[in-house]
Ligand binder design. Sequence first.
Ligand SMILES: CC(C)(COP(=O)(O)OP(=O)(O)OC[C@H]1O[C@@H](n2cnc3c(N)ncnc32)[C@H](O)[C@@H]1OP(=O)(O)O)[C@@H](O)C(=O)NCCC(=O)NCCS
Length: 150
Amino acid sequence: MGLKVREMTPEDLEEVYRINRSSFTTDAWSREALEREFRLPHSHRFVVEREGKVIGYTFVWLIKEEAFIMTFAVAPEWRGKGVGRWFLKRVINFLKGKAKIVSLDVRKSNIPAIRLYRSMGFKVVKERPGFYSDGENALVMELKLCDASP
Ligand SMILES: CC(C)(COP(=O)(O)OP(=O)(O)OC[C@H]1O[C@@H](n2cnc3c(N)ncnc32)[C@H](O)[C@@H]1OP(=O)(O)O)[C@@H](O)C(=O)NCCC(=O)NCCS
């Protein structure tokens, strides 16, 4: 597919912001929130690109031996082509040896994301009622890194 993962730079933020706005409605991060990530020592930021164009991104927090996927998205025009799975595998490989567990929150109605995470070995461990600003529940999903598929 000609994909490449690399660390995000501040120059990527314009495109990251665009993908973020087209991926999340009520939960889109502000530019300030995206910029703030670059100043957090526990924040790791990656983009996936194709032919030099950013088509997806993630922000991962690594605190001691726990990792949190704070946000993860593929540009709408690139979805359903295996980019998300390819990218998530690389992110998990980056975390192996650094974290014992990876967790994330996902909207209960977000079937594409839940299916992707399940297929990578994540399991639902709890539900947070009314977690999102519109009242939707979040599912908390976790992957123990020793259970991760290669
Ligand atoms: C979730 C997301 C990252 C998936 O990325 P993607 O590149 O489209 O995913 P892939 O093409 O690699 O598909 C991987 C798996 O995801 C699931 N999936 C992807 N799109 C799906 C859809 N429309 N319906 C159901 N399952 C879907 C499937 O399990 C798929 O595996 P399969 O093709 O073997 O069935 C993408 O839909 C996205 O950016 N959504 C908006 C942002 C978001 O919700 N992020 C997650 C927040 S926690």
